[in-house]
Write a protein that binds this ligand. Structure first.
Ligand SMILES: Cc1cc2nc3c(=O)[nH]c(=O)nc-3n(C[C@H](O)[C@H](O)[C@H](O)COP(=O)(O)O)c2cc1C
Length: 173
């Protein structure tokens, strides 16, 4: 059997999409068959043996496409190994500390618990002012977050490698 893993993501401005592609690259280099897809483009989970789902964080919430994915597939996801990640915090250092202990949206916690997510990661994010829409620029003006690209590719790579390690016994079956 070919072991196939889905990396689904929700991204408004591309930073989370690039994280998803990096995770997909690491899984692919380890010999897994990988599909990296926007969450709203997934129409069928049955070809997949494992799922990684990630979303950008805006105003403390996941993007709608990722929330819908979790809700639409919650029953199937209970039967698969699942990893979840968010990307958002701006600045150097521990991402959870940068957002005062926020780790995962509380509204989606019951589903994450129900599907027994094997791990839930929080990665730093990136803000490119030129990509933001008018409303987002107003929010940035008001809250003055750090701007730039704080994504920690080493942390992302380590996390993807830990997924490979966790799947080894299942892939070998
Ligand atoms: C208007 C706005 C609101 C944001 N709100 C949050 C937030 O509540 N928590 C957080 O950690 N990051 C927040 N961020 C940072 C984004 O999550 C970060 O830029 C992320 O990398 C964007 O990913 P994307 O390019 O895939 O959309 C916000 C950014 C913007 C522009």
């Amino acid at each position: 059997m070919t072991y196939r893993i889905l990396v689904a993501y929700a991204s408004k401005h591309g930073a989370t999409a690039e994280i998803a592609r990096k995770i997909g690259d690491i899984l692919g280099q380890a010999g897994l068959k990988v599909n990296v897809l926007p969450a709203d483009k997934v129409i069928d989970l049955t070809p997949f043996d494992a799922v990684v789902l990630g979303s950008a964080v805006y105003a403390g919430s996941w993007c709608q496409e990722a929330i819908k994915f979790l809700e639409d597939y919650k029953t199937l996801l209970t039967k698969l190994p699942v990893w979840l990640f968010s990307s958002g915090p701006m600045g150097e250092g521990d991402p959870v500390s940068l957002v005062n202990g926020w780790h995962f949206p509380s509204a989606q916690r019951p589903i994450a618990d129900r599907i027994h997510a094997r791990d839930i990661a929080l990665f730093h994010g990136a803000i490119d002012l030129e990509k933001l829409n008018f409303a987002e620029k107003q929010i940035v003006k008001e809250f003055k977050p750090l701007l730039g690209d704080y994504r920690d590719w080493d942390a992302i790579t380590k996390w993807a490698v830990s997924i490979v390690a966790s799947l080894r016994p299942e892939v070998a079956e």
